[in-house]
Write a new protein. Structure first.
Length: 269
């Protein structure tokens, strides 16, 4: 803090001393230095309000302002200082560069976080999720024979199949899902009785039907197995031998699987 006060009043280049400011900000954010030290430095810059102190103030706000503004221990004092900064910005005459630098610093303090990124979850039919679980999670040196047996039980001979309920779900899970479906049906029946708005009830019914159709969407078993085995061979480190053994077992019944995987691996080289 003492070095900072000397730096603000010093005539040397600001770049020479910004390491001190950065150190103070990092110590404050990690809880090593008390917030009062950084607040005291900000208060000093606001009180002097000279080009050099404004530059130091902007650097302080960019590096520790957000922490001080949202920290319960310093938010009240920091809020008052930000109000003072806004008033001085409006009344004081500054060059365009100082105005721009300070505006960016103030925005870094008061913003409510980064831009919201909407993550769209890819929908996969029930059977495809089951195959993914077998190959990407269940498959190992100890379980590959069980996985092969489960894969061979899939309806390969048809071009596309309707997805059955996944065999890997336990009985308690199935009973729980049936109970949830029963509860949802009861809630829907109650809604029909309690609400006179038939359009809303019809909308809920259609949404339920659409969800069920997506769960039972037609898939091509051979394509899914080929894609996932190729992915496991490329990404699973140390699993090459297990994937190769799985492909060999499957190729005894469906030779096209081995041919397609070998072709793609050769193309990727």
């Amino acid at each position: 803090e003492g070095k900072f006060k000397w730096f603000v009043r010093e005539k040397r280049s600001a770049d020479y001393h910004f390491g001190t400011v950065k150190m103070l900000c990092e110590l404050t954010k990690f809880g090593i230095a008390a917030p009062v030290s950084a607040l005291s430095c900000i208060r000093l810059c606001v009180a002097e309000w000279k080009p050099r102190s404004v530059e130091a103030l902007a650097y302080l706000l960019e590096n520790a302002g957000y922490y001080l503004y949202h920290n319960p221990a310093s938010s009240n004092v920091m809020g008052e200082l930000m109000g003072t900064i806004d008033r001085k910005r409006a009344n004081a005459s500054m060059d365009s560069r100082a105005v721009s630098v300070l505006e960016i610093a103030v925005a870094a303090v008061t913003h409510k976080g980064g831009a919201t990124v909407q993550v769209v979850k890819k929908h996969r039919p029930r059977l495809e999720r089951y195959v993914r679980w077998l190959i990407l999670e269940r498959l190992s040196a100890d379980t590959f024979e069980e996985v092969v047996e489960a894969l061979l039980q899939l309806p390969w001979n048809e071009k596309s199949v309707r997805a059955p309920a996944p065999a890997w779900r336990s009985t308690s899970q199935k009973e729980g899902e049936e109970g949830e479906m029963g509860n949802e049906k009861m809630e829907l029946d109650n809604a029909e009785v309690e609400h006179s708005d038939e359009k809303e009830v019809e909308k809920e019914r259609k949404e339920g039907e659409e969800k069920e159709e997506k769960e039972n969407e037609f898939i091509n078993v051979a394509d899914v197995v080929h894609k996932l085995l190729f992915k496991a061979a490329r990404q699973a480190h140390g699993m090459e031998d297990v994937v190769a053994a799985t492909v060999q077992k499957l190729s005894d019944y469906y030779p096209s699987v081995a041919v397609r995987i070998v072709d793609e691996l050769l193309e990727a080289l």
